[in-house]
Design a protein around this ligand. Sequence first.
Ligand code: AHG
Ligand code: MN
Ligand code: MN
Ligand code: MN
Length: 324
Amino acid sequence: MSRATLADYLTTHTDSTSLQQLVIALADTSIDIRQDLAGGALNDILGAAGAENVQGEEQKKLDVIANDRIKAALAALPCVRGIASEEEDDVVPAHQGGEFLVTFDPLDGSSNIDINSMVGTIFSVLGSNADGPLSEQEFLQPGRQQIAAGYMLYGPSVMLVLTVKKGVVMFTYDPQSGQYLLTDDQVNIPADCKEFAINMSNQRHWAPAMQRYIAELLEGKEGPRGKDYNMRWVAAMVADVHRILCRGGLFCYPWDKRKPEQAGKLRLMYEANPMGLLVEQAGGRICTQDGPILDIQPEQIHQRVPVILGAANEVDLCVSYHQS
Ligand code: AHG
Ligand code: MN
Ligand code: MN
Ligand code: MN
C-alpha cells in the first residue's frame, strides 16, 4: 500500500511553499531528536543540565539539546522572522523579512526523559506583517490566529500530528524510507467519553467546582453521571492529548489556588494554544474554567493558563459547574 508522505500532504493542503519548508524542517529536526533519545544514557542525554529556565524549572539536558536543534533549524529558514520557546528567556530574532513566528515546547514531558517514557515536541506557527526589529508584542495573538500547529511524539514509534486548519492528520515515521507517512486522516474526538486525565495529587488545591466535577466522575455508575470512568496520566501533555486524539477522552490541568496569579501550570503559547488548535480541528473543545482558550488575548509570552480539553460535552459540563 502506498501512503502519502508529509511532503505530499503539505503540497496538496497548503499553497504556501514557505509553510511547507517550515514543517519539513521541524520534521527533519525531530528525527535528530529521536536519535538522541534512542541512545538514552549511551548518548549522555539523561539528567539535569545544571540551569533553571525562565519558568523556574530545572532544565534537563534534553530540554536544552532539543531547544538548540529546533532553534538552529528554524533560524536557517528565511521565512522565519522570530521564535519563542519555553526554554528561552526572550523572543529570538531570525530573519527580519520573514512572514512566520514560531513558538515551541522543544521537549514536553521532561520528567519522563530519565525513565525512558514518552516525550514530544509541540509547535505553533503564527503570521507577522511587522517590519523592523522583532518584538514580543507580535507573538501575542489569540490562538485562533494560528496558521498551523502540531507535535512530534517520541514513543514506541515516532509520530507527527499536524493541522493546517483542514482537520488533523497523523504521520508515522518510517525508519526504512526515512519519511513521515500518512497513517490517519480521520482524526476525531467524540463528544462523549469514558476516560479522563488529571493529576489527582493536586485535588485539594483545585476550585470547588473542579473538585465537584471530578468527584462525580469518580462516583461512576452509582453517581449522577451514571457510568464508570477510567483514568490515565502520562505526565506529558503531548502523550495525554495524543491518546485523546486517538480514542477520545478528557484532559485537565486546572486552576490551582497555590498560584492564583499564574492560574495554571501549562503555557498558553507553547502548549495550550497549539494543542487547542489540534483539539478544535478534531471536533473537540479546549477551555479554561471561563471559556474558550483560543480566544484569549495573550499578555505575556510565557503566560500560563488552566486547561480543560477533549470531549465537547464533558468540557462544557465542567465549565458550566464553574459558572453556577
Ligand atoms: P514540560 O516538560 O514541557 O515542562 O511540560 C510538562 C507539563 C505537561 O507536559 C504535563 O502534562 C505536566 O507538566 C505534568 O505535570 P505533573 O508534574 O503535575 O504531572
Ligand atoms: Mn519544562
Ligand atoms: Mn510542556
Ligand atoms: Mn518542555
